[in-house]
Design a protein around this ligand. Sequence first.
Ligand SMILES: Cc1cc2nc3c(=O)[nH]c(=O)nc-3n(C[C@H](O)[C@H](O)[C@H](O)COP(=O)(O)OP(=O)(O)OC[C@H]3O[C@@H](n4cnc5c(N)ncnc54)[C@H](O)[C@@H]3O)c2cc1C
Length: 438
Amino acid sequence: MKQLTHDSTILLVGGGTWGCSTALELARRGYKNITVLDSSPIPSPISAGNDVNKIMEEGFPSSTDSDEDYVWNRMHQLATNKWKRDSVYRPFYHPTGFVMAASQDDARHEVDSYIKSCQHKVRLLSTPEEFRSTMPEGILIGDFPGWKGFFQETGAGWVFARGALEAAYHEATRLGVQFVTGESKGKVARLLYDSENVIGAQTVDGTKHRADQTILCAGANSDQLFDFERQLRPTAWTLAHIQMTDEERKLWKDLPVLFNVNSGFFMEPDAQKGELKFVDEHPGYCNFIKDPETGEEMSIPFAKHQIPIQSEQKAREFLRQTVPQIADRPFSFARICWDADTPDRVFLIDHHPKYKSLVLAVGGSGDGFMMMPAVGVAIADELEGILELKLKKGFRWRPETAVGRNWRDTQNRWGGGGDVRDFQKVDEWTHIRESVAA
Ligand SMILES: Cc1cc2nc3c(=O)[nH]c(=O)nc-3n(C[C@H](O)[C@H](O)[C@H](O)COP(=O)(O)OP(=O)(O)OC[C@H]3O[C@@H](n4cnc5c(N)ncnc54)[C@H](O)[C@@H]3O)c2cc1C
């Protein structure tokens, strides 16, 4: 394998959340020959990060951290610094606070353990009045049945996700990164191999993009391009939008994130269109399909700008508990949104043990957006062989943790019916008009 230099050719498969952040970081470090392939113009409609907002929690390591806690806290520290100080990312972080709750006994311990490890002051909330008081009068008028939780006024909030993705893309382009996008020119059909290594990727149009180093960061679709030995489970969640009135948009500003681990979450309406995005909580949908040859079951991602009726009903139930005044309004947009879970929900960022010029950068596991700027640093560090030892251990290639993996494991998630759902069993979807939903 060739020595890595600033003239090395580096190929990124996937220009989503992690791809854009990594391309930017590498260009800033002086690499001159970076190409990013993506099946769509950036931001791709199937990127998990192409979304109006994502939850962001600040953090930093402490001397009492276990190795596992250190990994998470160190990444929070790197990400927090960038969201607050980096000129590309800074405009998109809104530290408006975080209200977290559970409304069923099965998940109360999740909230308790967040409180225990929280590095910021929290105010406990247990009555509907206490929950309502976290936002201006007239917003939270629901009954909050069974809700118990807390309000963290500092050290958390949300990021304007699409804005950050586009900003990283534009800055990377300005620094010389080449993005090749589209269903034919940019979509990778397969990785290219020689006798002992990965030497690039071939796109649908047949072009062979050879590279000294290849980074596979195609999100939930990465599993289609490489055998992860069951370390990745493509899993989808469901999100929808409601159009707010001009008057509501004025009132619903600078709101803390409202998150119930049993029922769902929302953040304030987006500044561009004034739509409120919300997500109903459940352990996720997979699309289980049996391989006709091996009989092996796999979850295969697909794109859809509709959500199952089952999810619509749960989302409306969540709105009825919190903001019933808008709970019956038509949806202006909805989509399924894919991420990939590792067995322990820790990222996988590592050189492959056999293919030394292949770096795998996958497994967002539901928390990969708030870490966007830190992930770019970690991937670039891994490429250069300088990733901190504890992060390297946490993010390692670890197929031994996926042997006999139960694809239906809820992986510490609650809500819905308490089980992983299967798109193959969904028979009714929403009918949001595509012209409106696009
Ligand atoms: C509903 C939902 C809500 C979430 N909320 C939060 C949150 O509040 N906070 C948080 O921190 N995280 C959140 N996440 C997780 C976070 O969004 C993801 O972990 C993160 O965006 C993953 O980034 P990625 O780069 O791995 O994948 P993506 O951003 O999905 O990027 C993958 C890219 O690969 C491209 N691609 C796919 N196949 C190919 C191919 N064959 N050839 C070329 N390109 C290809 C795609 O077009 C895409 O651009 C949420 C996820 C979901 C689904």
